[in-house]
Structures are given as C-alpha cells and as structure tokens.
Design a protein around this ligand. Structure first.
Ligand code: F6P
Length: 332
C-alpha cells in the first residue's frame, strides 16, 4: 500500500522523449498531456530529452499543442542521447530545472538507456518518475510490447517483401540486417511474417553455427532464392559478416546484403502502436494519481501493468523459443 498522506500533491508534470525515436511517441505525448490537463494539472514538454532537462528547454503544452500529432512518426519533443545526464553533476543541473519550473513528477518515454537514466535520477532526487516503454527494439522486461515495435516490424516486413521480388528474379541469397540492438524480436518476428528462410538472432546462441545450419537445411535445394534476416547485434557480426562467410565458405551462391537502417524507425505509427501509446499515456497519469513512482507502465496479456523501473531495465526480456521452432518448421 502506498501512503498518499505524506506525498506531495502533484499539480505540474514534465514529459520528455529520450534515446532513439519510435513511432507512437507522439501518441503517448498527446495521451499524457490530455489526461493530465483533464485532471487539472499543468504540463511542460521538455525538449531533446535529458539535454533539455539539463538546459532548461521547457515549454508548456496545452490540449492544442498535441492536436494533429497522433498519426505522426518521430517525436514532436525531439530526442537525444545525453552523455551529461549520465553524470551526477548533469543530473544535479536537471534537478535544479525541475525545481525552477515547479515540476512535481516526470514522465520519460524511451528505451533501456533512457529508463536507466530515469532510475538514477529518481534515486538521487526526490521526484516521482514514471517510465513509458518507447523503443522499436521491444527489449524492456515486463511489457509484452513497446511503443514503436509494431510499426517497425511492419516496415521491415514491407521491405522484405520487396526484396523477395528481386531475390526470386535473380536466384539470390539476401542477408537483410535489421535493428534491435542486442535483442532479436524484430529479426525473429519479421522473419516469420515475411516467410524468410532463417533468422540469425543473439538470443539463439548455441554451439551450432547458425549459418552452417541454414546451408545444411537445404537452402536453395527446393527454392530458387533465400532470405535470411540478421539481427544487427554486435555478437553475431551482422549481415556483412555472414555474406562474406558464404562467399568464402560456400562459393557458387549469389549473395547480396541489405541493411535496412534508420528507415525502420520512421513513418506513421500503426493502429496498434497508437492505441498502445494512448493506453500507456493515460495509465501513466492514473499511476501518478495512485501515488506510484519509479515504475514503468507496460502491457501484459492486454492489461496495464506497473513494473519497477530497475526490473524493466536490468532483467533480460526472453524471446519465446517457440518462435524459433515456428520459423524452423515453416521455412523448410
Ligand atoms: O534503440 C533503438 C535503435 O534504433 C537500435 O535498434 C539501434 O541499434 C540504435 O537505436 C541506433 O541508434 P542511433 O540512431 O543513435 O544510430
């Protein structure tokens, strides 16, 4: 039970987006802003993530400020990866601005690094912090999905479908590299959705060489082209590494590489991401009203859940091994 008696009443909140932008961040900003204003609170948008928190780049948001934004990709508040916020001195400057603008609680929309920063800030300073999972990587523990993941997945699938046309026409193997940092959610699920022949993901680290396995499973024996989705993870070396290996170890194959890069982060958010962001944004204000602090608001089995931020960022979110089996069986 949270003891509300000793808690400072919240009248003003600050919102920021941090780290890599993700489609649906604007829908979240809109939902937080409107839910807070509905509650009678003031809202400050903090620009360029923690950089703006340190530099005092605050602007009041109204209901109108977030009009016509739900369908837009990127983040209207802009974003950054702040090195200064990683230092206690940087966080001290940030706290001075929280006091200067009379902000009683902070809502951070971002991925693993951004929520870790939020956690450090909350440990050192007496400010309730609520995190919202905003990253295409889907790598935050305790939530089934993160804002932006579904849109990025759909973007990847659309691109892979197009590459398949040319791969088929030329009888080629394509290694397509997708984002995800150290998580293979985008790679594994886009491979299933696009009917790829294989996915190489960091979570599937066994003694079995994933490339050998792919070749041994009869790549091109019954098909005239192959698509292999490779997670960008440094552990595996990326798509280039595998293409080079095929050229050296299995000469005779016609190999190409496509690195999808930042196009995966752009574009109008999917309906799923807009609804997820709206629900999480609304729930973040409810959480503050209930006296919650230092939690991430997530979704599990289609229900809103509160996850302690330290768990969300520290625990590794496992990939469902069944997804690996599904792809292996369906790509024969
Ligand atoms: O975390 C989101 C993400 O897009 C990762 O998938 C990727 O590794 C990284 O950000 C790229 O970061 P940047 O835009 O700074 O190059």
């Amino acid at each position: 039970m949270i003891n509300l008696e000793f808690m400072k009443e919240i009248k003003t909140i600050g919102i920021l987006t941090s780290g890599g932008d993700a489609p649906g961040m604007n829908a979240a900003i809109r939902a937080i802003t409107r839910s807070a204003i509905f509650n009678g609170w003031r809202v400050f948008g903090i620009y360029r993530g923690y950089e703006g928190l340190i530099g005092g780049d605050f602007k009041e948001l109204t209901t109108e400020s977030v009009s016509n934004t739900i369908q837009k990709g990127g983040t209207i508040l802009k974003t950054a990866r702040s090195k200064e916020f990683m230092t206690p001195e940087g966080r001290e400057k940030a706290y001075a601005n929280i006091q200067k603008f009379g902000v009683d609680a902070l809502i951070v929309i971002g991925g693993n690094g951004s929520l870790s920063g939020a956690q450090d800030f909350a440990k050192e300073h007496d400010v309730p912090v609520i995190g919202l999972p905003g990253t295409i990587d889907n790598d935050l523990y305790g939530t089934d999905s993160t804002i932006g993941y579904d849109t990025a997945l759909n973007t990847i699938v659309e691109c892979v479908d197009k590459i398949r046309d040319t791969a088929n026409s030329h009888d080629r193997i394509f290694f397509i590299e997708v984002m995800g940092r150290d998580a293979g959610f985008l790679a594994q699920n886009s491979a299933i959705a696009a009917g790829a022949e294989a996915a190489i993901i960091p979570e599937d680290q066994t003694d079995i060489d994933q490339l050998e396995q792919f070749i041994a499973h009869g790549c091109r024996k019954s098909k005239n082209s192959s698509i292999v989705i490779v997670s960008e993870s440094k552990k595996d070396g990326g798509a280039m590494h595998y293409a080079e290996r095929v050229k050296k170890e299995y000469p005779g194959y016609d190999v190409r590489v496509t690195i999808l890069g930042h196009l995966q982060r752009g574009g109008s958010p999917s309906a799923y991401d807009r609804i997820l962001a709206s629900r999480l944004g609304y729930a973040s204000i409810e959480a503050l009203q209930e006296g919650q602090r230092n939690i991430m608001v997530g979704i599990s089995d289609d229900k809103i859940v509160y996850v302690p931020i330290n768990k969300a960022v520290k625990k590794n979110k496992p990939i469902d091994k069944e997804l690996i089996d599904v792809l292996a069986v369906l790509s024969i």
